[in-house]
Design a protein around this ligand. Structure first.
Ligand code: NAP
Ligand code: GCO
Length: 277
């Protein structure tokens, strides 16, 4: 491998991806493993951890996994201490764990609001705070946050999620501001609309077999006229986790098939017969 390409290697690094039993987290962790990193992941319950472990084993990836709720600071501190003892100091943290509740704001309870804010914004605060001291001591570290189209745009029924993801954009900038002096880079991945369990309800076929209206809408807003695949995000994740991105800090990198650059077209102009997926 040429010296330049070694900058994209994660050889010898310990990477923690939160909520990585499936979905985008599994894709990020898989990409990291294939780039040389040791993988550490957590999920909300043992069933999901076991599911994730089975996936990693199927992919030939040796992973360390344990139950840890990112909203519980004591659990996170214990998880990080276990990882440091059994695997090593965490070099890369991806704050991937997230939930969404699609409820009109006037109908959303305060408990539902808090649940989303706790996972999607406070969780990254708790996990980042847990790994930063060792990164400062080591003189290097990478934190990658899971931002979203909703870090920039609002839409009906996702008030808590948009507020959390907007706040996560600013937390990304603040970690950059406060810890960049220790050679720690904090950036965010801003996926467009990606086909995972989280967005499955937005792609479900209608009873008559026609496209979900939101599916048609998103394709009319995306120049690529398709949903993203988890594989589409793996290269950016490795780049932001590697030395190749050491002078990039506080940025949200959108990987969205062009949504953020395009005003969109009339959904009725789309020809579903041309869709690949
Ligand atoms: P997903 O399929 O819902 O997976 C999220 C994972 O996080 C699940 O394993 C989930 O477990 C776990 N989790 C939830 N609450 C947790 C907690 N308190 N502690 C630990 N783990 C927890 O989501 P995804 O589509 O892969 O998205 C991953 C991240 O990218 C999320 O932050 C999401 O907001 C963001 N994102 C997704 C898209 C997209 O189009 N898919 C686009 C932009 C940004 P459970 O199964 O129990 O919920
Ligand atoms: C929604 C979707 C989005 C995606 C993603 C877009 O209901 O609008 O779930 O929020 O999850 O965040 O970038």
């Amino acid at each position: 491998m040429t010296d330049f390409l070694k900058n994209f290697s994660l050889e010898g690094k310990v990477a923690w991806v939160t909520g990585a039993s499936y979905g985008l987290g599994l894709a990020y962790a898989t990409a990291f493993a294939q780039s040389g990193a040791k993988i550490v992941f957590n999920d909300i319950n043992q069933e999901l951890v076991d599911k994730g472990m089975a996936e990693y084993n199927k992919l030939g990836i040796e992973a360390y996994g344990a139950v840890c709720d990112v909203t519980k600071e004591d659990m996170v501190k214990e998880f990080v201490a276990d990882v440091e003892q059994k695997v090593g100091t965490i070099d890369i943290l991806v704050n991937n764990a997230g939930i969404i509740k699609r409820i009109p704001m006037t109908e959303m309870t305060l408990e539902e609001w808090n649940q989303v804010i706790d996972v999607d914004l406070t969780g990254p605060f708790i996990c980042s705070k847990a790994v930063l001291p060792a990164m400062i001591k080591k003189g290097s570290g990478k934190i990658i946050n899971a931002c979203s189209m909703m870090s920039e745009f609002g839409r009906e029924t996702v008030s808590a999620y948009a507020a959390a993801k907007g706040g996560l954009k600013m937390l990304t900038r603040n970690i950059c501001s406060e810890y960049g002096q220790y050679n720690i880079q904090c950036n965010a991945i801003g996926p467009g609309y990606i086909a995972t369990p989280q967005t499955a309800p937005l792609r479900e076929k209608q009873p008559d077999g026609s496209m979900h209206p939101f599916d048609r809408f998103i394709r009319s807003k995306t120049p690529a006229q398709r949903w993203g695949k988890t594989e589409d995000l793996m290269g950016l994740a490795v780049f932001l986790a590697s030395p190749a991105s050491d002078f990039i800090n506080g940025q949200v990198v959108y990987i969205d098939g062009g949504i953020t650059a395009y005003i969109g077209q009339d959904p009725s102009n789309l020809d579903p017969s041309k869709f690949e997926d």
